[in-house]
Design a protein around this ligand. Structure first.
Ligand code: FAD
Length: 375
């Protein structure tokens, strides 16, 4: 008999198991995949840790979360600073003084502000002359916020590939604001702490699951009653609609298809993340995994490299569900499932699939830490 049967060995399930074990609880973790770690799992290819389910960068301003994960595995100094490629031009992200210099040759914050304001005013005038009072779609909203150059080169094509729809067909509210920095700072995140576990994310998962019984290749739904009988409580981190046999219908997701490739060269693009912002290039990003963990001359110690092209794709049954679609239909459907979940007395629903919510890694850890503090 276990105290907890934990369905899913992703970051939620593994953190839960770790903290429960610390309190002397007996846990059994099951996962249908052949490996633990859920979406943060990395596969070793040519001595390079490949983020199999998408590039993951840990970032947080919560000191307690940072101290907690660093007590399990030390983190490196990786700082996310993606580059956008449009045709043959390269631009630093997020939008900052480096980007504005590359776009317009301006060198002072005031010049950059003037340039953006000039372009915004042109858009405003055009919309007023056409009798448009409020931005009617994402394109108009973005143009009003940032002007035409940045929109056309860095936002339009990328956003259309991400959503599989024209920006003129996407609602304006998707872009509420566009952060711009009038300083020379390419650090993508504003958080105080960021990095990658030294030795990779599998080390973090191994540390979390140390001393916990884990069964892989084990689908909860294949022997549901037998598994339920093993524990006092179930912690479920799989899909909530599947838990209820899709009785109200399927929740929808967007997914990403990855094309991983080993290249016979030490350094392909000189950066971990390059966004391709033209509509004509079918993929959204190329990730070069070694740059997450090796810096400077270390890059050349391995003569090979691994890159992944990312294609944003409509989700169909059987594909990996990545991003919840937070439109009205799906939000209402989730609420129906949540009402059932709230009535369960022996099941805890947690994590990105069970809560049908996009979560970064740090908020997942924080959420589980809070659950244990409250009890
Ligand atoms: P998961 O990692 O999905 O784990 C759920 C586990 O449950 C899986 O292992 C699954 O196999 C298992 N499972 C499901 N159903 C069953 C079943 N029936 N039986 C047994 N097992 C089952 N966060 C960041 O902080 N930084 C980033 O840079 C970042 N990049 C991301 C990029 C992408 C493409 C995506 C999709 C997410 C990214 N995230 C990032 C978010 C991060 O992946 C999540 O916060 C984290 O994975 C959530 O953990 P989880 O345990 O909730 O879910």
């Amino acid at each position: 008999m276990y105290d907890y049967l934990i369905v899913g060995s992703g970051l939620f399930g593994a953190t839960f198991a770790h903290l429960a074990r610390k309190q002397g609880k007996r846990c059994l973790v099951i996962d249908k995949r052949p490996h633990a770690g859920g979406n943060i799992y990395c596969q070793d290819v040519e001595g390079i840790r490949v983020h199999q389910y998408g590039a993951h960068i840990f970032h947080t301003s919560n000191r307690r979360v940072w101290d907690f994960v660093n007590s399990l595995v030390e983190f490196n100094r990786y700082t996310n600073s993606p580059v956008a490629r449009y045709g043959k031009s390269l631009y630093n992200l997020p939008f900052n003084m480096n980007t504005f210099y590359q776009m317009w040759g301006v060198t002072t914050p005031q010049e950059a502000m003037n340039k953006i304001e000039e372009q915004r005013q042109e858009v405003l005038k055009r919309m007023q002359s056409e009798g448009i009072a409020q931005p009617r779609n994402l394109e108009e909203q973005a143009l009003l916020l940032i002007g035409s150059d940045i929109y056309e080169r860095l936002i339009k094509g990328y956003t259309e590939k991400q959503w599989g729809r024209k920006c003129t067909d996407l609602p304006a509210f998707i872009i509420k604001r566009l952060p711009v920095r009038f300083v020379y700072d390419n650090n993508y995140f504003n958080d105080r702490y960021q990095g990658i576990p030294i030795g990779g994310y599998n080390r973090l998962i191994e540390a979390l699951l140390k001393g916990v019984e884990v069964r892989l290749n084990t689908d909860y739904f294949s022997h549901r009653d037998e598994f339920n009988a093993l524990a006092k409580e179930v912690v479920f981190t799989g899909k909530i609609d599947e838990f209820y046999d899709y009785r109200f219908g399927n929740l929808e997701y967007r997914t990403v298809r990855f094309e991983h490739e080993v290249l016979d060269m030490p350094n392909y693009q000189g950066n971990a993340v390059v966004n391709y912002t033209e509509a004509e290039v079918p993929y959204t990003r190329i990730i070069e995994h070694k740059h997450f963990e090796s810096f400077g001359e270390e890059v050349y110690q391995n003569p090979k490299t691994v890159v992944s092209k990312e294609y944003s794709t409509e989700w169909q049954s059987g594909m990996e569900p990545y991003y919840p679609v937070n439109d009205e239909r799906n939000s209402l459907l989730y609420q129906q499932y949540k009402q059932l979940a709230d009535q369960e007395s022996h099941v805890i629903f947690g994590g990105r699939l069970a809560e049908y919510k996009y979560y970064d890694m740090a908020p997942i850890v924080e959420r589980v830490m809070r659950m244990f503090e409250e009890n």
